[in-house]
Write a protein that binds this ligand. Structure first.
Ligand SMILES: [Fe+2]
Length: 220
């Protein structure tokens, strides 16, 4: 509840390192939780597919906190010593939670019948707690961290930090991030990400453009 009361008033728009990725993570988490909650643990194919989705989310969360630790936390510590401390502590706890949830995923895979159903319910509850904790954590980053970052850095410097994070992300992880981020964004936010790519079209000749369109149609 205190988080709700501390929600900040609207600020003048500044470059927000967290906005898109956190919207994507929230959507990914909610959808995964819904799938685990409605999973038929007696259906082997559904179980395998759902648990693979959970593992994908866990790997994604681990990579996300590593990116924040590597790039954003040093930038915060440079503003004020200890500024990244609460989030670093949360991240250490999240890593433990990720291991606990991963162990629960393995346990379900190895169990049968009602033991499996009970293990699946426990996974649902563990995941719900983890997601709840992450929602509050992300709010803290979007308010406290952004306050510090916006005070100390220009938007161009924040964009440079974001590019450093992008350079750390392998293509498969980037594709997964965009798969959740883009649908979770407002049309204006989406345009900001995709628009610059569309601006490159005039630089392609007719043949390259036709191949691009064909490829996009196939991928859709
Ligand atoms: Fe974080």
């Amino acid at each position: 509840m205190s988080f709700l009361r501390s929600a900040s008033p609207l600020r003048p728009p500044r470059h927000d390192l967290y906005l898109g990725i956190h919207k994507g993570i929230r959507a990914f988490m909610c959808e995964t939780l819904r799938r685990v909650g409605s999973m038929d643990s007696d259906d082997d194919a559904e179980l395998a597919e759902t648990l693979a989705g959970v593992s994908l989310l866990l790997d994604f969360c681990r990579a996300h906190l590593e990116h924040e630790n590597a790039v954003i936390h040093p930038a915060l510590e440079a503003v004020r010593r200890g500024a990244a401390q609460p989030a670093s502590q949360d991240h250490a706890e999240h890593e433990t939670s990720l291991s606990i949830i991963a162990a629960q995923v393995n346990l379900i895979g190895e169990s049968r019948g009602c033991t499996r159903a009970r293990a699946a319910l426990r996974l649902y509850r563990l995941l719900a707690i983890f997601i709840g904790e992450n929602f509050l954590h992300m709010h803290m980053e979007e308010t406290d961290h952004n306050d510090a970052l916006w005070f100390a850095y220009t938007d161009a410097e924040l964009v440079a930090l974001e590019h450093r994070i992008h350079a750390m992300i392998p293509p498969a992880e980037m594709a997964l991030a965009l798969r959740w981020m883009i649908p979770a964004m407002t049309p204006a936010e989406r345009l900001e990400v995709i628009g610059p790519l569309d601006d490159l079209r005039p630089h392609l000749d007719a043949r390259a453009l036709a191949k691009l369109e064909r490829g996009l149609r196939r991928a859709a």
